[in-house]
Design a binder for this molecule. Structure first.
Ligand SMILES: Cc1cc2nc3c(=O)[nH]c(=O)nc-3n(C[C@H](O)[C@H](O)[C@H](O)COP(=O)(O)OP(=O)(O)OC[C@H]3O[C@@H](n4cnc5c(N)ncnc54)[C@H](O)[C@@H]3O)c2cc1C
Length: 353
């Protein structure tokens, strides 16, 4: 019998699958990847700094080592390249901003931002930098489309992916096992992103989803090598003359349709970052599964002890998923407690049975 059925093969389901595999637990993924494009279109950036407050990102000292270990091992296992360490360049728009940056670089953020202030050189021509800029270290991105495709190929090859829409009504639950269309497993875990709203077992978990749109543009006039340029948005290079730009945040229209409003917002962001001409090549939208307290929501169903959820990865899934997939698997194997900040137990009062 399988150890786990995993519903959803976005970032959450795939990362979790590899942590289960590492512990010799076997699984079957069931997913229709056309239902949510969130993971597929994400920029995949990890940034150790929250720019708005100039503080460290939540738990970053613990999350980053696991992130690096997980994705670089996954590259070897899957035979694909998707992990890139990139600096984030942050232009200063006032003397105060610059002074504050230098102060932070010498105190609590010294691991993550460089104290040396940089002046733009010819490589940054057409990037809007009034005078100087700062550099974030230990940042980068996962090229999500490559990662997800490599995962899908791996799971097809190992016959551990069933590509279909999961019908919750078909799930049979007993004390010690679950059964879905003749597939038996000890447990099931739902990794459905914002579509958990349609899951009768977990539709009560308090998500606060946020739609996001991104662009791919081409321009002959700019170059960035490996860096990410950030000002109220981001731009980084995907390939020769091809750049990814993002992202918007919309809490009211929770669908995956691209919009004129999103396009205008992204063009405005670009106007603040570059003075070059460009052509829009691709425009995409997805819905981030953010939670009301901005922490993941992971753990056991209040009644059924063999039904689990792994959700709420929000805007920082790339950084969060490996550390908490490991925590979850260790919790399942009774080796660790589940971190209370992410444990679904904190929302049990919302479950009405
Ligand atoms: C525009 C945008 C930019 C982003 N940029 C970044 C970034 O730079 N860095 C970062 O860390 N994060 C970023 N994110 C957030 C990141 O994408 C998410 O945290 C993460 O991808 C969520 O993954 P998930 O697997 O939980 O959800 P999803 O990606 O939504 O995956 C859920 C999967 O389950 C499937 N599914 C759902 N229901 C069913 C069903 N009933 N039957 C079968 N299959 C089902 C879906 O089709 C999908 O394949 C961004 C998101 C967006 C939208």
């Amino acid at each position: 019998m399988l150890d786990f059925l995993i519903v959803g093969n976005g970032l959450a389901g795939n990362v979790l699958a590899f942590y289960l595999r590492n512990q010799n637990l076997n699984y079957q993924l069931i997913s229709n990847s056309n239902l949510s494009k969130c993971s597929q279109i994400a920029a995949g950036i990890w940034n150790p700094i929250v720019f708005k407050r100039m503080t460290k990102s939540w738990k970053v000292d613990e999350l980053l080592p696991e992130l690096k270990q997980f994705y670089t091992n996954a590259e070897k296992l899957l035979g694909a390249n998707f992990y890139t360490e990139r600096s984030i360049l942050k232009p200063f728009f006032s003397e105060e901003e610059k002074t504050f940056w230098i102060k932070k670089a010498k105190s609590d953020l010294n691991n993550y931002i460089e104290a040396e202030i940089k002046m733009p050189d010819k490589n940054l021509k057409k990037f809007i930098i009034p005078e100087s800029y700062g550099v974030v270290k230990h940042s980068g991105n996962i090229q999500m489309s490559v990662f997800l495709e490599a995962c899908e190929n791996f799971h097809k090859k190992t016959k551990s992916l069933l590509q279909e829409t999961f019908d919750h009504k078909e799930l049979k639950i007993t004390e010690n096992e679950v059964e879905y269309k003749n597939i038996k497993a000890k447990n099931i875990i739902f990794c459905e992103g914002y579509l958990v709203k349609d899951n009768p077992f977990f539709n009560w978990i308090p998500l606060n989803p946020v739609k996001g749109e991104t662009l791919e543009i081409s321009s002959k006039e700019i170059d960035l090598e490996k860096d990410i340029f950030n000002r109220n948005g981001f731009i980084f290079k995907l390939d020769n003359e091809l750049f990814k730009v993002g992202a918007t945040y919309n809490w009211s229209e929770l669908n995956e349709n691209i919009s004129e409003k999103g396009l205008t917002e992204l063009k405005n962001k670009l106007q603040q970052m570059i003075s070059a001409t460009y052509t829009v090549i691709k425009h995409e939208a997805g819905v981030r599964p953010s939670s009301i307290d901005r922490r993941p929501i992971i753990g056991k169903h209040p009644i059924h002890k063999n039904i689990f959820v792994f959700n709420g990865l929000g805007t920082k899934g790339v950084m969060i998923a490996p550390y908490f997939a490991k925590n979850f698997v260790n919790f399942y194997l009774n080796k660790e407690v589940l971190n209370s900040e992410i444990n679904v137990e904190r929302f049990y009062s919302k479950y009405k049975g």
